[in-house]
Every structure is written in C-alpha cells, then in structure tokens.
Write a protein that binds this ligand. Structure first.
Ligand code: NAP
Length: 247
C-alpha cells in the first residue's frame, strides 16, 4: 500500500516550483492532495498532472495572506476529502531591496504572505487535526532565515519568524500527536530564483559544497519523509536542504 494512502495533504503555493514538486510527490505516495494558490488556472494544471498519474487532487484558489481565504480553503478541503492529515505551508514571495530603500509596503507584503500566511492556514487547519488526534505540519522556511542576506531583510525576518512559529506550535501540539517541522531550502531552481543575474548565480554556486543548485524534488523528498510515519518522533526541527550551503 502506498505510504500515505487514505490521507489528505493541503499544500499552499502548489501551482509551481517547490510547492508543485511537493504536491506531486505526496500524491505519488498515495495522499489526496489539495493545492492552494491565487491563480486557479495554474492550480488546475497541476491537478491535471496529478490525475494523469492516477493520483487524486483538488484546487482551491485564494490568498494565504487573507485570513478569510485561509479559512475558506481549509473548509473546502475538509468538505472535499473529510480530513487534513498533512499541512504544508509553502506559499511565499520575495520583494528584495536594501534596507534604505525597502518600503513599508514591501515589508508588509512579504511578512503577510510568508509568516502571517502560515499562521492563517495553521490556525484554520489545526482544529480538525486536534479532533482526529493526529497530524503533521511542515513549514517551508529558508536558509536565509538562518543566515540573513543583504537585500532581503523582509524575507529573512519572515523566514526566521517561520522557524520561531514552528518551534512554538511544535511544543503546543506535541501532546495532541501533531508534529510540526520546518525545511530550510538553499538555492532551488524555480521562478523565484530565475530572476537572479547570471553573475550572482555563478557566485552562489561557489558557495554550494555539492556544486549544483537544488531542484524542487530535493525538497519534496524531505517533506514526504517528515509527513511519513518514519518521522513520528521528530518535531520542532529545521532541516536544511541546501547542498551544504549554510553549514
Ligand atoms: P515560486 O516558484 O515563486 O512559487 C510560489 C508559490 O506560492 C506559487 O504557487 C504562488 O502561486 C504561491 N503564492 C504566492 N503568494 C501566495 C499567496 N498570497 N497565497 C497563496 N499562494 C501564494 O517560489 P518557490 O521557489 O517554489 O518557493 C516556494 C517556497 O519555498 C517559498 O516559501 C519560498 O520562500 C521558499 N524557498 C524557496 C527557495 C528557492 O531557492 N526557490 C529557497 C528557500 C525557500 P500564486 O502566485 O498563483 O499565488
């Protein structure tokens, strides 16, 4: 029997990049996967991909930054599948700029999506996990949340915040048989990193001991592990998936 048969996973930002990779991997492992994001057409595309490989998927459009949307996404997921066993808070954005030029608007936009988004989704989903006395929450942080990065004060603060959030709710929910962990990817090839100049990519590669950029699948495998029964004694941890970049 596939590892996650009978379970439902809700993956935010599942329309592309790392979230899409996670959604496909969890579906492959037998989970029914609900993917959320703001662009319905892009989500439907991934659902089609899941169905083409005999998996089960649903799309729920909405913004994690809006509490009412998060609530609606969770309610619709529960209605469609009856349960949420795995929540992957992956939706994220960047609005880079050096501090002197960083606008309050860009500060809030990033914090609202990356940190408040995880809060909104977790708050909406956790009640059903408590009721069913099991669950696994996996938050996508970043090595930038551990190391900091010039030009990314807003992003680094949001991702460091995700780590504090992860550890706090891991403590709150451990006795309810709910684990909460974070993954901290390094440089993963997606739309988010495609915008970087060739010059900074060459520089970045020099700092990666395994000498290659990561792929969404590299992160997806770790998320699958954290969602699986093999990880049931792991909670409150941050696992870097970065080819050794931040060690
Ligand atoms: P990406 O390719 O830009 O994808 C971002 C995803 O998040 C999209 O599906 C996007 O869909 C969704 N999203 C953005 N804002 C949203 C909102 N308000 N509500 C719901 N969904 C939203 O980025 P990625 O590289 O895959 O990154 C995924 C996660 O990994 C992010 O949290 C990112 O910070 C983290 N990460 C990435 C890297 C990297 O190197 N790529 C490294 C470390 C951490 P819509 O735009 O349609 O809403």
């Amino acid at each position: 029997m596939p590892q996650l048969e009978g379970q439902t996973a809700l993956v935010t930002g599942g329309s592309r990049g790392i979230g899409r990779g996670i959604a496909l991997r969890l579906a492959q492992a037998g989970a029914t996967v609900v993917i959320a994001g703001r662009n319905r057409d892009a989500l439907e595309e991934v659902v089609r991909e899941i169905e083409e490989s005999e998996g089960k998927g649903f799309a729920q459009a909405g913004s994690v930054a809006v509490a009412a949307d998060a609530q609606r996404i969770v309610e619709a997921s529960l209605e469609a599948t009856g349960r949420i066993d795995i929540l992957v808070n992956n939706a994220g954005i960047t609005r880079d700029g050096l501090l002197m030029r960083l606008s309050l608007e860009h500060w809030h936009e990033v914090l609202d999506t990356n940190l408040t988004g995880a809060f909104n989704m977790t708050k909406a989903a956790v009640r059903s996990m408590v009721k069913q006395k099991s669950g696994s929450i996996i938050n996508v942080s970043s090595i930038i949340g551990l190391m900091g990065n010039a030009g990314q004060a807003n992003y680094a603060a949001s991702k460091a915040g995700v780590i504090g959030f992860t550890k706090s709710i891991a403590r709150e929910l451990a006795s309810r048989n709910i684990t909460v962990n974070a993954v901290a990817p390094g440089y993963i090839e997606t739309d988010m990193t495609a915008a970087l100049s060739d010059e900074s990519k060459v520089l970045m590669l020099k700092g990666i001991p395994v000498q290659r950029f990561g792929q969404p699948e590299d992160v997806a495998g770790v998320v699958l592990f954290l969602a699986s029964p093999d990880a049931r004694y792991i909670t409150g941890q941050v696992i870097s998936v970065d080819g050794g970049m931040a060690m």
